[in-house]
Design a protein around this ligand. Sequence first.
Ligand code: MN
Ligand code: MN
Length: 310
Amino acid sequence: MSKYLVFGHQNPDTDAIGSAIAFSYYLERKGEEAEPVALGEPNAETQHALDHFSLEAPRVVEQVANEVDRVALVDHNEPQQSVADVDKVQVDYVVDHHRIHGFNTANPLFYRAEPIGSTCSVIYKLFTEQDIDIPRAIAGVMLSAIISDTLLLMSPTCTDEDREIAEQLAKIAQVDLNEYGRQLLQAGADISDQSDFELVNSDAKSFELNGHNVRIGQVNVIGFDQIAERKEGILNAMNHEMEEEDFNLFLLVITDILENTSMGWVAGENPVMVEQAFAGTVKNNQIELPGIVSRKKQVVPPLTDAYNQL
Ligand code: MN
Ligand code: MN
């Protein structure tokens, strides 16, 4: 029996790291040897969750084929968002809640995806289906992942199942859901310690849209004032990334987590794609995105449609 490495996407968020920890525990309980790893350092929000529940941050890896033959992917499936050498290992498990895109395997696998608020909600269902009890710290990081992905159950990606699961996990984790949830989101919305480069990249994902390489980042804030003062530097960082990585478009979605609305900053050759997708105007590299909070449900689908009409 060889070990599994379990990991979420690049630029990991709390769900990527939380689901790696939770699904490793699940595999261990099923008699496998498994280790959670991460494709980057935890962000401030994730670190807050790990500290709160006295968990170690998963080891950061840049490749996996040098260590193992078999892996489990959580919170992603698109090869563009995975480890660089994912094509050199066998993917035996995927647990996810995203679109499936560009993902192929040579062998049969366990694949569980549901259109619900977080991968940790899907993993919670695996635990209950298999009658596996969840230790407090793991419940805590799973709860944190649901809070993070659903903006404390406010995002349109959040389902009644997520709400029910979050309440159950809060009991096991022994925290007040709303009080802990606000603390966690506030820890993630403190941008003062982050450089322009970090703000642009820490939650950015690449998408292949009709042959175009589109980068979509997201930053959580409380009020737009603080980040607005840094607009020039942040746009410079976005333009730098575009040139380095050959992106066709970079959209940074800046989400006010208290008001549940966003604005977008746009760099790239074709801001008209953003205008078409969101039926608005890009002025000074900026577009209003009223009521938009979910990249997965409210940003990627309209941009995909816009590119498909090219
Ligand atoms: Mn994620
Ligand atoms: Mn997720």
